[in-house]
Design a protein around this ligand. Structure first.
Ligand code: F6P
Length: 743
């Protein structure tokens, strides 16, 4: 209000000043108009009375003439009338003819000019008109008009003018105040939104004026502009962010305003196992857990997972929750219990005998059973219920992980339509022809499209997914923006290359590289200068362990000098051992290692040391730090975090990474020796090259790879998804506004 007054008062003063300056002009103007009117009036009177006046003059009736003139002055404006026969004569006049007028001085009232005569009662106008006849060729009529009415009119005009300006000032002030108030509120709301990091048009102020259809196209253009600005700002900001747990927390609390995060993943990050009297906490061998656990430590929230440990039920509270990590709780695990039938059908069956081989092109036939599908649907529904019960708001942020939960996004969406659901598919997505063999392909795609954002490791997998949707669903696919709209719900398809925490946990790097080299060699009965390579995987047929062994065999065939001087340690964590294909794979791996060792163990240590057992991260890092090379030979892998962990472990900038071209990691780490695992000769050559590579070249390659893993760490992976989720939330608020009417 004070602001409005500060604006209105000067405005009123300015308008008053204008009125004051204009008033004299009004006086002059009205006077000129009236003088002209009176001249015309006098002319009219002269013409009208000419004949009767001359008759009376000719008859010599002076008294009659004066009566006639008096009669004329009854008109309220005619003040006096007079007649002069000659300049030297006396004036014949009505009453009131001013004494200043005489026949001798009539010249001054003729011709151009205002002809005003001021007297005490007000100004008079004097007009002199010729009134000639044969007898009086110099006769002149004098008509005097009272001009006081002009003054009255002028005063009135000025008064009207004053009121008009006053009214105008009031109207202008009112409009100005209203517009100023509205713009101020809009501006303040916009500023507040901007300070909160939102777009200007996020939400209308509650007291904002109703939407005007005419302004909608402008609003739409503005929205588009803001989106572009936001994208630019984000790109610029992202490049400036140092991706740490702290940065992630800031995004969560700032961009998403402190929302809790709910993660849903089949595998739990901490498994409680009963070992006799004791309960042991185990960390599973899982890239997913490696990536997500630091995120949950940073963000807190709830991780919903299958409670698979033998002592899991013993440690949970009444809501089936347990706080973790056990030594320093930062978030909670909500455990979902599955029956043996559910686990068999959903996990071993549909997920790992069906979808797993379907998505990995590893030449193992997928098996699809309708009984497995039924369990898969039922377990997805069970997890959807758990999500709904854990959600503290109606629009939580839910991070759905992996191929175990393809149906979950839609199930959550049905219950919580406003949830922001980010689904990440940790394994590859095949081309439409390969995917077509799944009997429930439409249901799976529809389930996934319940997500707000559908994430893959690489753009290649995004392309395959969008092609598959386009082939099998009635969906609108925008290939320019990689957005899919199915059933009126939009899903953004994006690639987010997963990674590991950086820097790695200090406890993993405590032991120096020379210490690791010597302890690992001692532990495996290898001489101090013995060359050794490392492989760390789940014992899974997609990891290309058989192909790796074949490459080692080929190296020894082609370069027999390495026999007895080089050993490859393969750590293989048992996995999915309930599945026949995995049992078969394990026996194949064991057999091949035995065969190759039998062939090349005559002189010294064996070429392959196979360790099929679970190893803790600290032990794995010790191997990484001790090794001359690390060999990752996956036949198909979404990302493969072992490659990145090896790079992270080598703060001495030594060691060589040999990496399959069929991993997502190969796209990010081109300084590795990139190989085709199916080509044994090429892999053998890479092994030889790695074993003979100079320290300088090792350092140059390792330094570049470490730089990339440091920059593109797992906090960036999660941060980018959360930033996109925040932007999507803002957009959906805008999209909820009424449609622009068509004209
Ligand atoms: O790579 C796919 C994946 O599900 C990962 O996400 C996870 O790290 C790994 O497999 C572990 O598999 P499982 O939980 O079946 O042992």
């Amino acid at each position: 209000m004070r602001l409005s007054l500060r604006f209105v008062l000067p405005l009123l003063l300015v308008l008053a000043g204008i009125a004051y300056a204009v008033a004299p002009l009004v006086d002059q103007l009205t006077l000129r108009w009236f003088v002209r009117d009176l001249e015309i009036r006098a002319e009219l009177i002269a013409n009208t009375i000419r004949e009767p006046l001359q008759e009376q003059l000719a008859a010599g009736k002076k008294a009659k003439v004066e009566d006639f003139f008096n009669h004329l002055t009854q008109d309220e404006r005619v003040y006096a009338v007079g007649y002069c026969a000659a300049p030297a004569g006396t004036v014949l006049a009505s009453r009131w003819l001013p004494a200043q007028i005489s026949c001798a001085n009539l010249d001054q009232w003729e011709g151009p000019g205002d002809h005003l005569l001021p007297i005490a009662q007000g100004p008079l106008h004097v007009a002199v008109k010729p009134m000639v006849s044969e007898a009086t060729p110099a006769g002149r009529l004098i008509v005097v008009h009272d001009m006081s009415f002009v003054n009255r009119r002028s005063e009135e005009t000025k008064r009207y003018l004053f009121y008009a300006f006053l009214g105008l000032a009031a109207v202008v002030s009112l409009i100005t105040v209203v517009v100023a108030q509205l713009s101020w509120r809009g501006w303040m709301a916009g500023m507040r939104s901007l300070l909160r990091g939102e777009g200007l048009l996020r939400q209308p102020a509650l007291d904002a004026p109703p939407d005007l259809p005419g302004f909608k196209p402008i609003a739409r253009d503005l929205q588009r502009l803001i989106h572009e600005l936001e994208a630019e700002t984000r790109a610029r900001d992202e490049s400036q962010i140092t991706w740490t747990p702290e940065a992630l927390r800031t995004i969560l609390h700032g961009e998403l305003r402190g929302e809790d995060v709910i993660v849903v993943a089949n595998r739990e990050p901490y498994i409680h196992q009963r070992r006799g009297e004791r309960i042991e906490v185990q960390r599973p061998a899982s890239g997913l857990v490696t990536a997500l656990e630091p995120i949950m430590r940073a963000c807190s929230g709830t991780w919903i997972a299958h409670g698979s440990g033998s002592a899991d039920r013993e440690v949970v509270d009444k809501n089936d929750c347990v706080k973790v990590p056990p030594d320093n709780p930062a978030y909670q695990i909500r455990r979902v219990w599955l029956t043996a039938e559910e686990e068999a059908g959903y996990y071993y069956g549909f997920a790992n005998e069906g979808l797993w081989p379907l998505c990995h092109i590893a030449h193992v036939r997928p098996i699809f059973r309708s009984s497995d599908w039924a369990q898969y649907v039922a377990v997805n529904r069970k997890f959807a219920k758990a999500v709904v019960s854990e959600a503290k708001t109606k629009n939580p942020i839910v991070l759905v992980q992996d191929y175990h939960f393809a149906l979950l996004p839609k199930m959550i969406r049905d219950e919580l339509p406003d949830a922001t659901i980010i689904t990440f598919w940790h394994i590859p997505w095949p081309n439409p022809e390969s995917f077509a063999i799944c009997p429930w392909r439409e249901e799976i795609l529809a389930g996934m499209l319940g997500s707000s954002i559908m994430g893959f490791h690489t753009q290649f997998h995004c392309n395959n997914f969008v092609d598959t949707v386009d082939r099998f669903l009635e969906a609108r696919v925008d290939r320019a923006s990689f957005n899919v709209s199915f059933g009126g719900k939009p899903t953004a398809v994006r690639h987010y290359p997963i990674s590991i925490a950086w820097p790695p946990d200090a406890s993993l790097m405590e032991k120096s590289v020379p210490e690791c080299r010597s302890s690992i060699r001692q532990m495996n009965d290898l001489p101090p200068e013995h060359k050794f390579g490392i492989g760390v995987d789940r014992l899974d047929y997609t990891k290309g362990i058989l192909e790796r062994f074949r490459a080692i065999e080929r190296l020894l065939e082609l370069n027999p000098d390495w026999v007895g001087r080089f050993t490859f340690v393969q750590i293989a964590a048992p996995t999915r051992s309930g599945i026949e294909e995995y049992q078969h794979h394990e026996s194949q791996v064991r057999a091949m290692a035995t065969r190759i060792n039998g062939r090349f163990s005559r002189h010294g240590p064996p070429p392959i040391i196979l360790k099929i057992e679970h190893h803790e991260s600290s032990q794995v890092y010790e191997y990484f730090r001790a090794a001359d090379l690390c060999f990752v030979s996956s036949l198909h892998d979404g990302m493969n975090l072992v490659a990145k962990e090896f790079v992270a472990a080598r703060d001495d900038e030594r060691g060589v990474l040999i990496l399959s071209e069929f991993t997502g990691a190969a796209r990010e780490l081109p300084e590795a020796l990139i190989v085709n695992p199916y080509d044994a000769d090429q892999c053998a050559a890479a092994l030889h090259l790695a074993l003979t590579m100079s320290a300088t070249e090792q350092r140059d390659r390792m330094r570049l790879m470490r730089g990339l893993v440091a920059e593109y760490n797992v906090f960036r992976w999660a941060g980018r998804m959360l930033l996109d989720a925040a932007a999507k939330r803002r957009r959906s608020w805008l999209a909820d506004k009424p449609e622009i009417p068509t004209v």
